[in-house]
Design a protein around this ligand. Structure first.
Ligand code: NAI
Length: 511
């Protein structure tokens, strides 16, 4: 049976909780007739009241036309029994996340709907193939993974089960566009695209914190102001809340058979057990007062400048960045141009994927005077700079470097020694996981980037981010981290390594 040229006029939604009502809203606004069913009749009534309020509010605010709000409301019908879904061309399930319950529902639906009806599941963590395996016609079962809140999160993952008919998925892609959403197509793999790609930021942020490199708030500040993300990993975890994120982290890790890239951190388990769950409980990584995040103030930057600075020649481009920045500031600092640092010079190194200690040892430098600066994001455009010390760096050297690199008013965060600072290692991990998703053909490079920008709100998708910063640079960061730490978590994805070495963009696929 094919779903080519499939016409959809009426859809059924089973489960009228947070997700079901959101899907009902966009479907009704898209001109579809919606039949809303729930085993709990009060849930349907509550959903209709909610949609009535929401659509009227949107009209009052001028976000939609009043006539459209009325038409949408007229499109939404309560179904008192599952049999009322018999005339639907598509039924979307958004019930409890349990495989046996979903399978039972799909079997029930098969007995009710016509044979040319697509059965879609909004599951975020169950394999579509497993849900379909309980059906007489698994070819019409498709994953349709929306995000919360549905009307604002304008992306939906369309997932083909192993026995799925691709034309059924095609029909749901088209239906998503009618509802004003951007569909992306994914293979039936744990986490699909968004929950898979989202591992990078959280797990690496947690790894950095667990190594004592920087505080939660410092990691967030760096990821926002240096790397340009809207939220840092800990703000993000507070928003999604640990009762949701912690089980997802564990589930994806186990579903990929203990893949080291996804290793969760004991930090979240302990915090979850202690009730420090996130924004919704008033305390997570941050405290919240009246819903507002409480962020500690930063200490003012030191002001005592170094007299003389020696800058490593290990990277010509990075050295030029540092020289340009010092020249632009009013700091009365002499540049030490010697082949080796004079005894009183502050020593600045610019490692990629290495820690300050490795950089100091590589050039045989006096570690007590070594401070590293992260140059991955251009020093003259970032809203924050990161400095890193060795365990031997003196406070005087650290503070002098801080004063120098904050002289133009851009805030500086000083972290402890870390392979790849904070931004380098988080960004390289995000790009690496994005490349692995492409390598496994879970989705096309275009869809990976679309899903991540729309589903996670990142400024770029992982592959475009890698291309912007340079695939070779990302490869160097990962190789250096891998060689210093020996942790397979940082092994470069073959997708990345091949394209970086051939000079091809990461968004390039052979087809
Ligand atoms: P919810 O708990 O708000 O709503 C579920 C609704 O389903 C309830 O009204 C319940 O009465 C009804 N229900 C339970 N079993 C049923 C059955 N056998 N037949 C008919 N109705 C039944 O849940 P929510 O958050 O809307 O999630 C629903 C689904 O969407 C789950 O599979 C979840 O994994 C998935 N999802 C949830 C997201 C979220 O952020 N909440 C994001 C993406 C997917």
């Amino acid at each position: 049976m094919s779903f080519r040229d499939f016409d959809v006029g009426t859809i059924g939604i089973v489960g009228s909780g947070a997700m079901g009502r959101g899907i009902a809203q966009i479907a009704a606004l898209g001109g579809l007739t919606v039949r809303l069913f729930d085993t709990n009749p009060q849930a349907v009534a509550a959903a209709r009241d909610y949609l009535f309020d929401t659509l009227n509010k949107l009209a009052t605010k001028g976000k939609i036309k009043e006539a459209d709000a009325h038409a949408a409301l007229a499109n939404i019908h309560a179904a008192n029994e599952i049999g009322a879904l018999s005339d639907c061309q598509v039924v979307i399930e958004a019930i409890v996340e349990k495989l046996d319950v979903k399978r039972a529902l799909f079997r029930e639906l098969e007995a009710v709907v016509g044979e040319r009806c697509i059965l879609a599941s909004n599951t975020s963590s169950l394999p579509i193939t497993a849900i379909a395996a309980g059906c007489a016609h698994p070819e019409r079962v498709v994953g349709y993974h929306f995000f919360n809140p549905v009307p604002l999160m304008k992306v939906v993952e369309v997932i083909d089960g192993l026995r799925g008919d691709p034309t059924a998925g095609d029909a749901l892609m088209e239906l998503a566009r009618r509802m004003g959403h951007t569909p992306v197509r994914a293979k039936d793999m744990p986490g699909f695209i968004v929950n898979h790609a989202g591992r990078g930021m959280n797990t690496e942020g947690l790894r950095i914190a667990s190594e004592g490199v920087a505080s939660f708030v410092d990691v967030d500040r760096i990821m926002r102001e240096q790397a340009g993300f809207r939220l840092g990993p800990f703000e993000l975890l507070d928003l999604t809340a640990l009762d949701v994120s912690h089980p997802v982290m564990e589930s994806i890790y186990h579903q990929f058979y203990e893949e080291p890239r996804f290793t969760p951190s004991p930090i979240t388990g302990t915090r979850l057990a202690g009730g420090l769950i996130g924004r919704k409980t008033g305390e997570g990584f941050y405290k919240y007062a009246d819903g507002k995040q409480q962020t500690p103030d930063e200490a003012p930057a030191p002001t005592a400048m170094p007299r003389r600075v020696w800058i490593s020649r290990a990277s010509h481009a990075a050295r030029e960045q540092v020289l340009k920045l010092i020249a632009k500031s009013d700091a009365a600092v002499t540049i030490d141009t010697g082949n080796t640092p004079a005894p009183d010079s502050l020593i600045v190194v610019t490692p990629l994927g290495h820690d300050a200690t490795t950089a100091a040892l590589a050039e045989n430098l006096d570690a007590t005077r070594v401070v590293a600066i992260d140059t991955l994001f251009p020093l003259d455009t970032v809203a924050r700079r990161t400095l890193m010390t060795t365990p031997a760096t003196s406070h005087a050297a650290r503070d002098a470097a801080h004063a120098l690199f904050a002289a133009d008013g851009v805030p500086v965060t000083v972290i402890r020694d870390s392979t790849g600072f904070v931004a380098q290692r988080v960004v390289a991990t995000i790009v690496n996981i994005g490349c692995d998703i492409a390598q496994q053909q879970i989705a096309t490079p275009q869809d990976i980037d679309l899903a991540v920008t729309l589903g996670l709100g990142y400024p770029h998708g992982p592959l475009a981010l890698g291309d912007t910063l340079g695939a070779k640079t990302i490869l160097t960061i990962l190789r250096n981290m891998h060689s210093v730490l020996g942790d397979p978590r940082y092994r470069p994805s073959p997708w990345l390594a091949r394209r970086a070495q051939l000079g091809l963009p990461l968004t390039h696929s052979e087809e």
